[in-house]
Design a protein around this ligand. Sequence first.
Ligand SMILES: [Zn+2]
Length: 147
Amino acid sequence: MKVDFKKVGREPKSVYLERDGVALRGELRRGNRDLTEFKGKLSNNILVRCIRCGEEFLLPLDEELNLRFSDGVYRGSEELDIIEFYDGKIDFQEVLESEMESIRLDYHLCPQCKGEEYGSTKATGEQDKSGQKENALQDQIGASGKG
Ligand SMILES: [Zn+2]
């Protein structure tokens, strides 16, 4: 999925894509200093490898993502994490892949090894995630764009 920088305005634009079961969703909008801001979330599961036993397992993902994109080289002086794109488009496929890559490179223990690590032999109880929705982003996308 690619989005033209020029098509991003002040109104938030929804973004959604998936890769290998990982979902990336969020909103894109024009920010300050020629930067395009993305606020979103990584969710579902990602296949990672346990550093102890080497088994692959699905790690639940629920991670907030705040990114800034620059159309071309960013010349600002602030030291921020800015992702630059050079063809006038934000390539979300690439963004998602690099996020997934960095998650995979993290240190992960599968549930079994984790259990041993903490010495708890208790059967894994189901964790109730009380859905706390802080950001009730009610995106009202003014569909004013034409093909
Ligand atoms: Zn393991």
